[in-house]
Structure formats: structure tokens, C-alpha cells
Design a protein around this ligand. Structure first.
Ligand SMILES: *[C@@H]1O[C@H](CO)[C@@H](O)[C@H](O)[C@H]1NC(C)=O
Length: 331
């Protein structure tokens, strides 16, 4: 009997250590191109941000993308972080360990040319710098990457990302996203913006509709040629001098791109599943088919599942959770 005593300590101590350091994730299986993969040479580039807070969401998103892709071998992930070298090494280690077969690249928003692009007035006020990573993809990703699918880390795909990546951008659209023309577009800008014709005329002659920047297909070549990072930055600089919108990374995108984007079927961004921003009420799906679920809003499925108060649709996120649950917390 005495021999049994040390055993629980041997089991428990490593778990306690792992809890104090960081979350542990399971290893994802290897995914192979299916016979339905029509073009084994066609590379699909995907970009997401990576940070410690939303890491669990990113891991689930990656797994869901691989799982539903007909050509998982063709996927190239471009991860952007904004953290210290130590944290970046840790994030990289987590990805490399859980997705040993994944082809991916890591970028830092603090690096070289991008740091130069972010003007000091903006940098000092960034509520969350990673929110603005999508503004700098054209500078961060190498020139050879001509098109990228940008995704938030609170999404899960239940369809082939190749279909989204193949969106027709037409003659001159720089980006594609689902549009929502019934949303009240005026609410995204302040009354002083609308009262100033010099500003509000920017939407003159455009059929400007709301779109969500959490799911976008971007033509990086057109973006680079048109220097759209500078165009976004100019609006952000103006916002510093006079308040033309509430804070956030969305309004500059609307100012520059609304009414000029290529449309994507709504099935590719079933957004708002995080619930309302005040009380975190559960939201239902919008009518119609679903290819991508997006938990935008205050609540996140992993937090609600952990708290034991999930929303009904959070059960659709759970199968992609790679977190290794210590048995101590099993319930
Ligand atoms: C990430 O980790 C992999 C595997 O350990 C390593 O080969 C690679 O150089 C690392 N990349 C970065 C940017 O640290």
C-alpha cells in the first residue's frame, strides 16, 4: 500500500506545472489531398493572427480548415503576432507541435517595414494592435503571395476553403467579403462625419454596404499597386484629429472599400455567434446555408463551454477544440 502513495503526485505535479505555464494542445492528424482535389499544385494562402488570448480559437479554426479542405496539402498559413520573441517562440512551438505537417510562416507586426508604416500617432492609441494586422498583410506577406484569405481566430469552417479562396474578384475589386446592405450603414460613423460633406462625400456614388472584416479574400497584388495600406492609414490619422467613427479597425475598411468589393455568399460568414456585446445573449444562425461559423461579439465558445453555460451553437465549435483537458478539471 505504501508504494501507491507517490503515484498520484507523479501524475498530478506535471499537470500543475503545465497549468501554470501554458495550455497544452493535442496533436492534430495528418490530412491528405482527396481524389476530389482538382489541382494539386494550386496553393491557397491563409492568414490569421496568433496571440496567447485567442490561441485556442486559432487552433480550432486551423483544424476545421484542414478537416474540410479537399486539398489540405495545398494550404499555406501565414500567422501574424505582435508579441515578444519569447511569446512568439511559444506560439510557434504550440503550432509546430499540434500541427506537425502544416506548412506555415510566422510574421511579427513589430518587424521592419510594417513598424515603419504604422504612424506613431496611431501606434500609441492602438487598443489592440493585432486588430490592425489585416491592414498590413500586403507588406508582411512575401511578394509571391498574390491572394490571401484573411480569417479571424473565432471562426470554424464547415466547408472547403478552396471555394472561398476561388472567389471571382472581377475586373478591379481588391477584396471580397459577404455584404449586408440592410444594415444601417450610417451608425458606423459619427454625426460630425455625416455633417461634413467633405468627408461624407467619400461615399458619393457608391452603393456602400456594411461588410465584416473577419472573413476577406484579398488580392494582394492590387492592394500593393493601389497602396491601400496608406489609404486606410490616412483615415486613421484623420480619426486622431477629429472623431469620425467609434474606435475599431472596421470603419477605415468601410471608408476605403464599401461599395467597391466583390460579393461573397453569406454562407461564408455566419457572424455574431458570440452574442450581443452587453449581456452575451445567445444568437441564432442567419437563414440559409452555412460554410463558416463566426463567433464575433463578446462571448467566445471556449469560454462559455468552460464556464458550463454554452450557447446551443457552441456545440458546433467543440469538436474542433484541441485543448488537452487535464483530468483534474474533467467534468
Ligand atoms: C518554429 O518551430 C519550428 C519547429 O520547431 C522551427 O523549425 C521554426 O524555425 C520555428 N520558426 C520560428 C519563426 O520560430
Amino acid at each position: 500500500m505504501a508504494q501507491l502513495f507517490p503515484l498520484p503526485l507523479i501524475i498530478i505535479i506535471p499537470f500543475l506545472l503545465s497549468l501554470t505555464s501554458s495550455l497544452q494542445f493535442k496533436e492534430a492528424p495528418k490530412f491528405y489531398n482527396s481524389p476530389n482535389c482538382l489541382n494539386n499544385d494550386q496553393t491557397i494562402h491563409i492568414s490569421m493572427t496568433l496571440d496567447a488570448t485567442y490561441l485556442r480559437g486559432s487552433m480550432a479554426a486551423i483544424l476545421s480548415i484542414l478537416h474540410h479542405s479537399t486539398c489540405p496539402d495545398n494550404l499555406r498559413f501565414h500567422f501574424i503576432s505582435v508579441t515578444s520573441a519569447t511569446t512568439t517562440r511559444h506560439l510557434n512551438h504550440t503550432i509546430a507541435t499540434s500541427f506537425p505537417y502544416l506548412t506555415y510562416y510566422m510574421y511579427s507586426l513589430n518587424d521592419g517595414n510594417v513598424a515603419g508604416l504604422i504612424s506613431t500617432s496611431i501606434r500609441s492609441s492602438l487598443d489592440c494592435p493585432l486588430n490592425y494586422a489585416r491592414n498590413y498583410l500586403a507588406a508582411l506577406l512575401p511578394e509571391r503571395v498574390k491572394r490571401v484569405v484573411y480569417l479571424d481566430n473565432d471562426v470554424v469552417l464547415v466547408d472547403d476553403i478552396g471555394k472561398l479562396a476561388a472567389t471571382d474578384l472581377g475586373e478591379d475589386a481588391v477584396l471580397a467579403a459577404p455584404e449586408y446592405c440592410n444594415a444601417n450603414f450610417r451608425t458606423y460613423f459619427t454625426p460630425s462625419f455625416w455633417a461634413n460633406p467633405g468627408l461624407s462625400n467619400t461615399f458619393h456614388g457608391r452603393k456602400a454596404c456594411y461588410f465584416n472584416t473577419g472573413v476577406m479574400v484579398i488580392d494582394l497584388e492590387r492592394w500593393r499597386n493601389g497602396d491601400f495600406t496608406t489609404k486606410l492609414t490616412e483615415w486613421m490619422e484623420l480619426q486622431k484629429r477629429m472623431r469620425i467613427y467609434e474606435l475599431g479597425s472596421l470603419p477605415p475598411f468601410l471608408l476605403v472599400f464599401a461599395g467597391k468589393i466583390a460579393s461573397v455568399d453569406h454562407r461564408w460568414n455566419q457572424h455574431g455567434l458570440g452574442g450581443d456585446n452587453f449581456r452575451g445573449l445567445c444568437r441564432d444562425l442567419h437563414p440559409g446555408p452555412v460554410s463558416l461559423l463566426h463567433w464575433s461579439g463578446k462571448g467566445k465558445p471556449w469560454a462559455r463551454l468552460d464556464a458550463g453555460h454554452p450557447c446551443p451553437l457552441d456545440s458546433l465549435w467543440a469538436p474542433y477544440d484541441l485543448l488537452q483537458t487535464p483530468f483534474l478539471f474533467d467534468h
